[in-house]
Design a protein around this ligand. Structure first.
Ligand code: ASP
Length: 327
């Protein structure tokens, strides 16, 4: 009941956004370029994270920016202790430390990132502070943590009983073996378009479970785990970060869209590039999602089992991504 009401409200307020966006661009564009397309807000995220995309959609429906939408959207997963691959409750490294990586990118290609951050629930918000309050793009480890305290973030123990117990179990054999689709969701990458037609993205993770202390993957690396170009679109990744870094996956996908590929075609080409470096049957998982300026979306992965959430005025759906290797 509550949900139906929300959907109804969302579509009503979205209708408001559409007409005001149309009006604004007609009124303010002094060159009077013909308005050919109505701007339609949309948000997409890796994995089946309806609470996160719901939150982002609420922000967009209230005329919020894409940047606020993606930050607030992924914060839902960072705070959710049942999501053991992001934020609080994330699986630790092999020494039992939960270390977080995140990055954010806005419509003007401003970006911020934190890597190897400990004791802070919302690395995405620290990344945004790096972007907005410093002349830098990335802060690491202790420096990032001290910066977070300076900005008013609270110190918090991120290792939950559940993740600690699983880590202790893992320590009995200490077999470092990343598992394909380790659970039903992994790194959360989110891309949104707001009522102005502007695109922003966010990506946040606790990284590979039981990694070597200090290891950083693709997720906080602009161009690898996330990339946005407001003229073209955005892309984000989940899966074995080392492989995404090697092909600068998200940047590649945005560039492929610039050359005319649809988001779906670009994600498929991004996966094929990884395949071309690893042989036909890699035993790891990578998933990409992408969005273009028109609000078209795509997703593709190596192994079956990856899905992504899409929330637009057409509804809120979980889409199963096609995979290079069939089940
Ligand atoms: N991409 C993340 C990393 O390599 C992990 C994941 O998405 O599973 O740290």
């Amino acid at each position: 009941m509550k949900r139906r009401k929300f959907l109804k409200n969302s579509s009503l307020s979205t209708a408001g956004i559409f007409s005001s966006a149309l009006l604004t661009s007609c009124e303010t564009d002094k060159k009077l370029k013909p308005v050919t397309e109505i701007i339609k807000p949309i948000v997409i995220a890796t994995w089946d994270v309806p609470n996160a995309t719901d939150k982002a959609w609420q922000v967009l429906s209230n005329t919020g920016t894409a940047l606020d939408a993606v930050e607030q959207g992924v914060m839902i997963e960072e705070a959710d202790i049942n999501n053991q691959s992001v934020g609080k409750g994330g699986r630790p490294d092999r020494d039992g430390n939960v270390t977080l990586d995140a990055c954010i990118m806005d419509k003007d290609s401003n970006c911020g990132a934190v890597v190897y951050l400990q004791n802070i629930v919302h690395p995405i918000s620290v990344a945004r502070k790096v972007m907005e309050d410093t002349p830098h793009v990335m802060l690491a480890g202790k420096g990032a943590e001290l910066f977070a305290y300076e900005k008013g973030f609270e110190k918090e123990n991120l290792l939950t009983e559940k993740s600690r117990a699983e880590w202790l179990e893992w320590k009995k054999t200490s077999k470092y073996q990343p598992v394909i689709n380790i659970e039903n969701h992994d790194t959360i990458g989110m891309l949104a378009i707001d009522a102005n037609g502007d695109i922003a993205g966010a990506c946040t993770t606790s990284g590979m479970a039981y990694k070597i202390g200090g290891r950083v993957g693709d997720s906080p690396i602009i161009g690898a785990g996330l990339f946005v170009d407001n003229e073209v679109g955005g892309a984000t990744a989940t899966g074995v970060g080392e492989e995404v870094v090697r092909t600068v996956g998200s940047f590649l996908i945005v560039e492929l869209m610039r050359q005319g590929k649809t988001p779906q075609e670009a994600c498929e080409e991004g996966v094929k590039r990884i395949i071309s470096k690893n042989g036909e049957k890699p035993d790891f998982q990578i998933g990409f999602i992408a969005i273009n300026k028109k609000g078209e979306t795509g997703g593709y992965c190596i192994q079956p089992g990856f899905s992504y959430r899409v929330y637009s005025e057409k509804g809120h759906i979980n889409k199963t991504a096609g995979s290079y290797i069939s089940s």
